[in-house]
Design a protein around this ligand. Structure first.
Ligand SMILES: NC(=O)c1ccc[n+]([C@@H]2O[C@H](COP(=O)([O-])OP(=O)(O)OC[C@H]3O[C@@H](n4cnc5c(N)ncnc54)[C@H](O)[C@@H]3O)[C@@H](O)[C@H]2O)c1
Length: 260
């Protein structure tokens, strides 16, 4: 008897561009796509990270190529998106993942510089990438934009306001463009909000602080491994995930719903 399900769960031969793919969740996401037969544009400002991830993927038989891309550089974004499409021939998925920890009290001397750097890279960078990718995404029959925000998009931690603002902005960007682009029929825009994940951003938090934090706040009582979040990003991109649009999805082990 014929199978009843019709929608594809394959990303084979799809092309994905991932920002901040030289480390952490971006690296894990690059691996997942490559493992499933997608062609991966590994972009980052960290050339050593890019080289390592491209080597890991190609050594494992996958198809990846690296580009050095600072997501706060609008001209570079246009150039690299063009080069990626020139190399792979198309673009199906954009994963806006690059980011860094940033904060400080609102009256600190460097606050305005931190604010600008955070919003330039983690909010404006995402929309500039979407704008550059859009003509190519429009050519795909199942295009996906996944914007990586944070549980800081749903609440706030002391002295993290530039980061918190950038991540709240990512939710607004996701919702605004999900509405605008949704009617085109072939592009969805969604947002993932990771909780506490073991990556470059959190590596300097001492283990005893991590333990204290998860005991108090995280129902699964542990940090995530990057791959656990990458699976959400990857799943959103499946052709079968065709009716998810404008969603803001916490991948946080219950951090944001725990009251006491
Ligand atoms: N780790 C967490 O607990 C956590 C929680 C919530 C959200 N996030 C978000 O997840 C995303 C991925 O971060 P991660 O945790 O994997 O950290 P990570 O440090 O391991 O990876 C982030 C990558 O982004 C790159 N990057 C930084 N600034 C860049 C720029 N201007 N242009 C291009 N690349 C740049 C870094 O070089 C790095 O390779 C970020 O957007 C971060 O804000 C992380």
């Amino acid at each position: 008897m014929a199978r009843l399900s019709k929608l594809s769960r394959s990303v084979k031969d799809r092309v994905v561009l991932i920002t901040g793919a030289g480390s952490g969740m971006g690296r894990a996401t690059a691996h997942l796509f490559a493992d499933e037969g997608a062609k991966v544009a590994v972009t980052d400002i960290n050339q050593a990270g890019i080289d390592q991830v491209v080597k890991e993927i190609t050594d494992a038989g996958g198809d990846a190529r690296g580009w050095n891309l600072d997501v706060s550089d609008g001209a570079a974004i246009k150039q690299v998106v063009g080069d990626v499409v020139g190399h792979f021939g198309k673009l199906d998925y954009l994963i806006n993942n690059a980011g860094f920890g940033a904060g400080g009290p609102v009256d600190s001397d460097d606050y305005e510089a931190v604010w600008k750097k955070s919003l330039d890279a983690m909010l404006t960078g995402q929309v500039l990438l979407i704008r550059a990718a859009l003509p190519h995404l429009r050519e795909s029959d199942a295009a996906r934009v996944v914007n990586i925000a944070s549980t800081e998009a749903l609440g706030a931690t002391p002295y993290g306001s530039p980061y918190t603002v950038a991540k709240h902005g990512v939710v607004g960007l996701t919702r605004g463009l999900a509405v605008d682009l949704g009617k085109e029929g072939n592009i969805t825009v969604n947002c993932v909000c990771p909780g506490a994940v073991r990556t470059g951003i959190t590596k300097d938090i001492p283990e005893e602080h991590k333990t204290k934090f998860v005991r108090r706040r995280v129902p699964l009582v542990r940090y995530a491994e990057p791959e656990e979040v990458a699976h959400m990003t990857f799943s959103i991109c499946l052709p079968a995930m065709s009716y998810l649009n404008g969603a803001v999805i916490p991948v946080d082990a219950g951090l944001t719903i725990k009251n006491a």
